[in-house]
Design a protein around this ligand. Sequence first.
Ligand code: NAD
Length: 259
Amino acid sequence: MRLAGKAALITGAGSGIGRRTASLFAAEGAAVVAVDIDPKGLLDTVRGIEAKGGRIIGVQADVSRDEDCAAMIEAAEGEFGGLHVLFNNAGVSHPDDSDAVETTEEVWDLTFAVNVKGVFLGCKHGIPAMRRSGGGSVINTASFVARVGAATPQLAYTASKGAVLSLTRELAVVHAKEGIRVNALCPGPLRTELLMQYLDTEEKRQRRLIHIPMGRFGEATEVAHAALWLASDESSFVTGTEFMVDGGITAAYVTPLAP
Ligand code: NAD
């Protein structure tokens, strides 16, 4: 059991990467606090893990709200006596996010409220709890788009994920001596709801696939396994990194031709 004795809070646990990670962390012995704004997705995650005998509670919260973030951390300490892993994973990708000319201020502000302020607030309340627990591992979900520009623009999303990388680096440096590690996880294009709602035709999917050396989309479970390693003590000398789980997309200039 790679997370035995640890309490882990995961935001965005009602779907995709967060749900898969909650399930994997619970199977590896963690007590899990699953957090999501969507009560239905959250309940499905909690019931699924309970059915397999995992230790889990669900907390409905909007990570862009200070009081909600305070409450989710309080729930972790209240229920499980501490906090050792904080996976700031909730994120939004707005359908109207576009280039600088077309993107509205509302879309920009919403994207930054969830993707950047949500990570800040998770740390604001989570780091004191980790100090009380004697240290821990913070994992912030960024994206491969923080490292490369795309011709199909999503300016607010891309910029928000760049901010996640820079705040991760600084947090890592500031809290290193306290035994609190902070790393960013950068998934490539995945076969989850968040991306597939845009890539809703075979033609659109193929246009994205030609950029991925492995020639396929990633799975949420492949990101969850990277999160597990960052959460566990196996990564004890790793902090401030940008952990790419992207099928090679950010390494590629030209990809092999499709057969
Ligand atoms: P998803 O849409 O399946 O899951 C995201 C979850 O976050 C949802 O359950 C949603 O309800 C929740 N959420 C949204 N706003 C919230 C808020 N304000 N407070 C609390 N919860 C909120 O997406 P996913 O693919 O699992 O994405 C998870 C993370 O991975 C996101 O940060 C996303 O940007 C990032 N990511 C995804 C991909 C991809 O291809 N899917 C690629 C790179 C990065």
